[in-house]
Design a protein around this ligand. Structure first.
Ligand code: ATP
Length: 751
């Protein structure tokens, strides 16, 4: 609240001749008027009187007693102090004007008690009227003498010299507040206890005699009462302080007529009062931004009381003897300036930290109990080792599982959730560091020309190397098979050429599909591994060696076959023979060729894809080794490529296996087909022989008949031999080939 400093005037009773003054009112405002006649000593006749009028909150005449002063001046300030507002009452006036009498009181009568003892008494009375509020009271007593502070309430120095008292030092806090070091604060719980401290302080007050007044004080004394109040159940406390100030005499130094040490004292007194005047003047002028509080210790201590957070009242004590009128007028002038000062008193209320802590602790306990009720489990501050281990397992499972989309704890436990986050963070950081270390190590190796990923010892690099080796191995395997396939194809072409050259009139051949030579497996679209796996049957020499005697015989056979026999075979096959089994084998073979062809194309595509993935993997490896940035992106891409490569290889293996199965199946059907053909040939031979022998009268010449008979006999072993040769090629059985050759030779020689 805004508060103008209230000023009161108090006239000390005197038995001496007084100057002329009047106490009155001006529009209900109390006023004090001094009337001073012109002195004849001025050297000229002057009947004019000078009148000085000063307005006050109240003017107390010399008859006014201490109790009225207390009620009017002090009580309102004390009431506010009990509410939590700071207050100051100070007495200002020349020496012997009654300042000490007003603030502390006279020693002669109980009724002469001043504001301080009455305030203490009043406070403890008021405490009793508020049983719901806890009050604590502390007192301190500071004397400022020659700009030095002394603690008047030091119990060890009762009645000692002032210089022996503890020195009080001023220091300023970070927020600009003035603090007093070494000024003792004493808690008091009763009026009597408080008055005992006041008595001790008064005893310790330095009293020096001056020519002006033997009992005058030349120091400033500040008795401070600190009141703290807290209503029961409230978290807040209110703190206020009440300064009761007895200033040194304000008389001018020239009038004191002193010298030496006393002059020094007077100078200091004037200095501090001058500082007080400067502060008052500065505060009364609104335009002034700087207030010179620091100019003296007294103004520093009273900083809050003048222009700050305080309700302040001033009592101007006046001596109205004729000789002191000028000083009285001076005191009144000073008070008029003080009246212009506006303070802003604030309620000093703050949260009690200890209460707040206690209340929060109680709340924590209540919440813990609620938690026990809600979860059915009592929690300690720390998770047990078992619980920590469980959380770690849950987090690991969460990371590794593709199906767990969230991590939960039942019942919910914030400690476990926090631990889970901590574990996740540690995992991520460890992984990042590991990748970083691996990358930098690999880069270093490559720079040193040792780009062997195996030497890194890193698991992922070893795996990559293994896959690369596997791909390389598969490549070599494919190349070897392709080479074999080409050789086989060349062999087939040579055989076909031979057959064409000799134009073997193999009766069923012109119309039957030449399965052994037109096999889809022989096309370029089929992987070479299907042609003759492991048959390094580099058969050309064998075939060549076999082909020569065969060719000779074939030429012989061809010469022997007659047109009639060929026609007879065609007729036999179309109209007499049972070719259902033969046709069935052909059909089965055709279907399997078709399946093999499609599968062969897919295998080729898969092989191409594997090569592409391998190239991509190499590039990613290089990128990962050279770049620190985007490590995660590269790693993910690399991982995806590896996965795709593995999947493609798995698919390739499946197709490869199926293709091998098809090869076996085709070979089997081929075998059955050949056998069916041989059987057909045998049946025709038998039928032909029967027909020839039964007719007995052949239109053909004996020679012709002989030729046809020979050719018939020879057809069988030749076709059988060719079939066996094909079987050998299909089954990669070189031994079977030679056996067949030997068999054919034996048959030929026996014929
Ligand atoms: N209102 C009063 N009624 C009766 N006696 C008074 C009154 N005022 C002052 N006196 C007496 O006048 C004398 C001087 O008063 P006091 O010591 O209070 O003056 P002072 O202003 O404190 O002087 P100093 O500046 O030297 O301390 C004392 O003996 C005191 O008892």
């Amino acid at each position: 609240m805004k508060y103008s400093i209230k000023i009161f005037a108090r006239i000390r009773p005197t038995k001496k001749a007084t100057g002329s003054y009047e106490i009155g009112t001006d529009e209900d405002t109390p006023k004090l008027t001094f009337i001073i006649p012109r002195l004849a000593s001025d050297g000229y006749v002057n009947n004019k009187k000078e009148v000085f009028t000063f307005k006050f909150t109240e003017v107390f005449g010399d008859e006014v007693k201490q109790d009225q002063i207390f009620d009017t001046v002090a009580r309102p300030v004390i009431e506010n102090c009990l509410e939590g507002y700071n207050g100051t009452i100070f007495a200002y006036g020349q020496t012997n004007s009654g300042k000490t009498f007003t603030i502390t009181g006279g020693a002669e009568r109980y009724s002469d008690r001043g504001i301080i003892p009455r305030t203490l008494s009043y406070l403890f009375q008021q405490y009793l009227k508020s049983p719901g509020t806890v009050f604590t009271t502390q007192v301190s007593y500071l004397e400022i003498y020659n700009e030095n502070g002394y603690d008047l309430l030091d119990p060890k120095h009762e009645a000692s010299k002032l210089e022996d008292l503890p020195r009080v030092a001023l220091f300023e806090g970070s927020n600009g507040e003035i603090h007093l070091k070494n000024l003792s604060m004493h808690s008091v719980t009763s009026e009597e206890e408080a008055l005992n401290w006041l008595f001790l302080g008064d005893t310790n007050r330095m009293i020096a005699e001056t020519p002006m007044n033997m009992a005058s004080t030349r120091s400033h004394c500040i008795f401070t009462i600190h009141v703290t109040s807290r209503e029961s159940g409230a978290d807040t406390i209110r703190k206020s302080k009440l300064h009761l100030v007895d200033l040194a005499g304000s008389e001018r130094i020239g009038k004191t007529g002193v010298g030496g040490a006393l002059l020094t004292e007077a100078k200091y007194i004037n200095l501090s009062l001058h500082s007080l005047e400067q502060v008052i003047v500065a505060l009364s002028e609104k335009s002034r931004s700087h207030i010179p509080y620091r100019n003296s210790m007294m103004t520093s201590v009273l900083r809050d009381s003048l222009g700050g957070n305080c309700m302040t009242s001033m009592i101007a004590t006046l001596s109205i003897e004729k000789t002191n009128i000028e000083e009285s007028i001076s005191t009144c002038r000073f008070s008029q300036r003080v009246a212009l000062i506006k303070n802003e008193a604030l309620l000093n209320e703050e949260v009690d930290p200890s209460l707040m802590v206690a209340r929060l602790q109680q709340r924590v306990e209540e919440l813990k109990q609620e938690l026990v009720l809600a979860t059915g489990e009592e929690r300690t501050d720390e998770l047990t080792d078992e619980e920590k281990s469980s959380v770690r397992s849950s987090v690991t499972e969460f990371i590794e599982s593709k199906e767990m989309s969230y991590l939960s704890f039942n019942p919910p436990d914030m400690r476990k959730i926090q631990l889970a986050f901590q574990i996740l963070k540690e995992t991520i950081l460890t992984e990042r560091q590991s990748e970083k270390d691996s990358s930098s190590h690999l880069l270093k190796k490559e720079r040193e020309g040792e780009g062997d990923s195996n030497s890194t010892g890193n698991v992922s690099n070893v795996e990559m190397k293994r896959l690369q080796d596997m791909v390389h191995q598969r490549d070599e395997e494919l190349n070897a098979l392709l080479k074999m396939f080409k050789q086989e194809k060349k062999l087939v072409a040579e055989r076909e050429k031979l057959l064409k050259e000799h134009s073997i009139q193999w009766t069923e051949r012109p119309k039957s599909p030449r399965l052994g030579r037109t096999s889809p497996l022989s096309t370029s679209s089929v992987p070479s591994n299907l042609a003759t796996p492991s048959s390094t049957v580099t058969t050309p020499p064998s075939v060549t060696s076999v082909a020569t005697p065969i060719n000779d015989k074939r030429a012989l056979i061809r010469a022997e076959l007659s047109k009639a026999r060929q026609l007879a075979f065609d007729n036999y096959r179309r109209n007499i023979a049972d070719t259902a089994l033969l046709d069935q084998h052909k059909d089965t073979l055709k279907k399997k060729y078709s399946e093999a062809k499609d599968l062969g194309e897919q295998v080729n595509k898969s092989r191409l894809h594997i090569n592409q993935l391998k190239t991509k993997l190499d590039k990613l490896k290089l990128t990962r080794g050279l770049q620190d940035n985007h490590q995660e992106d590269v790693s993910v891409s690399e991982e995806n490529t590896r996965t795709a490569l593995e999947e493609e290889k798995t698919e390739f293996k499946k197709m490869y296996t199926r293709l091998k199965e098809l090869k076996t199946e085709i070979e089997h059907v081929q075998h059955l087909l050949e056998r069916a053909k041989v059987q057909l040939q045998r049946d025709f031979d038998h039928w032909w022989t029967t027909q020839n022998s039964s007719s007995n009268s052949s239109s053909s010449s004996p020679m012709a008949s002989h030729e046809e008979g020979e050719s018939l006999k020879l057809v069988k072993p030749v076709s059988e031999t060719i079939s066996l040769v094909r079987d050998t090629r299909a089954n990669d059985d070189i031994v079977a080939f030679y056996k067949a050759r030997q068999k054919m030779t034996q048959k030929l020689s026996s014929k």
